[in-house]
Design a protein around this ligand. Structure first.
Ligand code: AHR
Length: 504
């Protein structure tokens, strides 16, 4: 099968915000405790953070991490996590049916973020709490000194404010599972008033209002229209979430889900434009896709804990999906979708980062290791920064239960500041190789600077501690021919493969 692609230097989607490759740490399962934080671990630093995990986070070059939840935040008192550790209360975590020791709070997480070389994106609780706690949290985190909350922060050991710019106004407030779920009208009003109060403090904050938890919610997409009607001129982003599942092991259907993702993004982008016109607004609102990932492998094993059969355990294993080779293709195609919509999707958070539906796993008292899905995230984060090119693609496709005309080749391209161009390819076909043929129009590219492939594994092949067989190898057979005005890239893209080719 042949796929013809045209890449033109002047035909672009837009600039990619590096925060498209963000991630997420929630107080959930072992994400924090024995994930990022394990004081007794051989690699722990003076603050109790696992440096083996920090090294892997740095390898991924994660630009921003959302914290502290997730469903957890909707019944969380941020003040429980400040002050001397021995005085901090143990609380029931109603979202995940566990106990929260509060050993890690905002001070510890901020220290971790600094050590991991990432920024914080914080969420306020608009489920069980409201505007007052939100404004106090922002003042505690961002105000220099001379007020109750800022001086309390200083007393607790942090002289300088952290200056956090991005704030999420609650989490998944449309979800029946959410503590303090609201109707779109109730939430829209509360989000508007909260945004007003936070902006009264600092107009430069970047505020994120909750969109739908998934495109299959009964309230989608009316939720977005109502919530934006209340908040359009007060917020900067609307948040979307989506998780990808393959319970039936129907690979063609599974790999076509990014088409549903694309439709979700385009629909919400349309609602944003409609609301802008309705309000005669001069401002733009963008999408913060601040939760996305494959999540289904662990659902059965988590049932007992989530239904309360284990009591209220502290940091039990939860949502510990072990990813396989099929998920590499899926995560690669999802990231391609975000790159192709980088004009409206500015922020993305792979949910989550460590142990909980995560690219990085840990063994308590043991090693940290890379899941299969670490790799497509790694390549997009490292080489997907710059300008997203608007590719023209001509390739045969197929129909699935959820989408029609899904091209067998999923491809995106990013031109970096140094002029190199990375092509990210996924071949969805189970048996046929794709002969990729890219016309490089106006792009002065003459050599292959990197070519990495993940292919040839059983669909259910996984990695584990000390053995990571699903990993990139050097690609072969790619050629670039330079011609006046632009050249040509040709490469064989193996059946069911993920491949990144960088040209310079
Ligand atoms: O990431 C896991 C959970 O998924 C989050 O807590 C919640 O926001 C979503 O439903």
């Amino acid at each position: 099968m042949r796929a013809r692609v045209a890449a033109n230097i002047d035909f672009v989607v837009g600039e990619i915000d590096p925060r498209l490759y963000g991630s997420f740490i929630e107080h959930l399962g072992r994400a924090v405790y024995s994930g990022i934080y394990e004081p007794g671990h051989a690699s722990a630093d003076a603050n109790g953070f696992r440096t083996d995990v920090i090294d892997l986070v740095r390898e991924l070059d994660v630009p921003i991490v959302r914290y502290p939840g997730g469903n957890f935040v909707s019944a969380y008192n941020w003040e429980d996590g400040i002050g001397p550790k021995e005085d901090r209360p143990v609380r029931l975590d109603l979202a995940w049916h566990t106990s929260e020791t509060n050993e890690v709070g905002i001070h510890e997480f901020a220290d971790w973020a600094e050590a991991a070389g990432t920024q914080m994106m914080l969420a306020v609780n608009l489920g069980s709490r409201g505007l007052d706690e939100a404004r106090a949290f922002v003042e505690y985190v961002n105000h220099p000194s001379g007020t109750y909350w800022s001086d309390l922060r200083r007393k607790n050991g942090r002289e300088d404010p952290w200056g956090v710019k991005m704030w999420c106004l609650g989490n998944e407030m449309d979800g029946p599972w959410q503590i303090g779920q609201k109707t779109a009208d109730e939430y829209g009003r509360l989000a508007f008033e909260t945004a007003k109060a936070l902006r009264a403090y600092d107009t430069s904050l970047e505020l994120v209002v909750c969109g739908s938890s998934t495109p299959t919610m009964a309230t989608y997409p009316a939720w977005e229209a109502t919530v934006l009607d209340y908040t359009y001129d007060s917020v900067d982003y609307i948040s979307l979430h989506m998780y990808f599942k393959n319970h039936d092991k129907d690979l063609p259907r599974y790999l076509s889900l990014p088409a549903q993702l694309d439709d979700y993004i385009q629909t919400v982008a349309g609602i944003i434009r409609m609301t802008k016109a309705k309000k005669r607004s001069k401002r733009d609102v963008y999408i913060s896709f601040d939760e996305w990932n494959v999540w289904y492998h662990s659902e059965a094993q988590d049932k007992a804990t989530l239904q309360g059969e284990d009591g209220w355990p502290i940091a039990p294993p939860l949502l510990e999906d072990i990813y396989d080779f099929a998920d590499v293709l899926q995560v690669g195609a999802i990231l391609n979708t975000f790159i192709r919509r980088a004009d409206v999707v500015k922020v993305g958070c792979l949910a989550q980062l460590v142990n909980v539906i995560a690219p990085i796993m840990t063994v308590k008292d043991g090693p940290a290791w890379r899941q299969t899905t670490f790799w497509p995230y790694y390549y997009a984060s490292r080489y997907g920064r710059g300008t997203a090119l608007n590719l023209a693609l001509d390739c045969p496709g197929y129909d699935s239960a959820v989408a029609t005309g899904v091209p067998y080749l999923d491809i995106s391209a990013v031109r970096a500041e140094d002029g190199t161009v990375a092509f990210f390819c996924v071949n969805r076909h189970e048996t046929e190789e794709i002969a990729l043929d890219v016309a490089l129009q106006g792009l002065p590219l003459s050599r292959i600077v990197m070519d990495k492939v993940i292919a040839g594994h059983a669909l259910d092949a996984t990695n584990g501690p000390g053995e990571e067989p699903v990993a990139p190898v050097d690609g072969t057979g790619a050629e670039v021919v330079a011609e006046p005005g632009g050249g040509r890239l040709t490469a064989p893209i193996a059946p069911l493969s993920y491949r990144v080719i960088r040209l310079g």
